[in-house]
Design a protein around this ligand. Sequence first.
Ligand SMILES: Nc1ncnc2c1ncn2[C@@H]1O[C@H](COP(=O)(O)OP(=O)(O)OP(=O)(O)O)[C@@H](O)[C@H]1O
Ligand SMILES: [Mg+2]
Length: 260
Amino acid sequence: MADEVLELRGVGVKRGGADLLRDVSWRVDEGDRWVVVGPNGAGKTTLLQVAATLLHPTSGTVDVLGERVGRTDVFELRPRIGLASAAVADRVPAGEKVIDLVLTASYAILGRWQEEYDSTDLSRAIGLLEMLGASDLMNRTFSTLSEGERKRVQIARALMPDPELLLLDEPAAGLDLGGREDLVRRLGALADDPAAPTTAMVTHHLEEVPPGVTHALLLRQGAVVAQGKVDEVFTPEHLSACFGLPLTVERRDGRWTARV
Ligand SMILES: Nc1ncnc2c1ncn2[C@@H]1O[C@H](COP(=O)(O)OP(=O)(O)OP(=O)(O)O)[C@@H](O)[C@H]1O
Ligand SMILES: [Mg+2]
């Protein structure tokens, strides 16, 4: 049996009287490629924040990379987790250069200060930017990038510390059709790479699910509607229940579409 990377048991998150997550149990094994799908406000970002140890659940237990959250030093755990989300992008200091944004991920910090990077770090950062098709942006200021360019740089940053768990919150949000297709192709290549980290990505759109995804979890109003192998989860029944719409679902060439 594969090693477990993440295990949530009976996780609940309450904020201001609202249940953001309700009794969520989720196990992610080494090598899995998960997608978390659900409508706006379903709790997807909250779930990823819990997995990234950035948010403490109100109830239940969270084990990440063999450590029980709450009983371990999260500052040792966090560099082992790569996270790309709008919340991270919003905290990038003004004037931060793209290459520095990727390099500082080795230390799980934002904003270059006085760290010394060796040439191995530098070539890794450049290699990751190349893999994401963003190496020509290396010397640009992050804040001047387009949405699509930012997304690719953020994924390079998330991969920089060679994380054991990669979490991507809506990596394709805000991209145009060409940008989305390009990113889905790159994420598909990552999913197929056996050396790539165990991954969980969030999206609302089945069109953004890269080929190579192995598992899916559907969330609605903070609760799990279905989870398991992607083919068993992406059924019209489950997706209709998840989005509250009568949906038909198609799979072609490894890609998914859903429509009313
Ligand atoms: N501090 C808070 N207090 C009360 N409600 C909150 C708080 N933070 C988030 N929420 C609510 O929790 C719900 C889940 O939020 P979350 O960001 O996890 O959803 P999501 O599935 O990521 O949605 P989206 O697809 O729009 O990104 C939302 O209805 C949100 O308004
Ligand atoms: Mg969200």
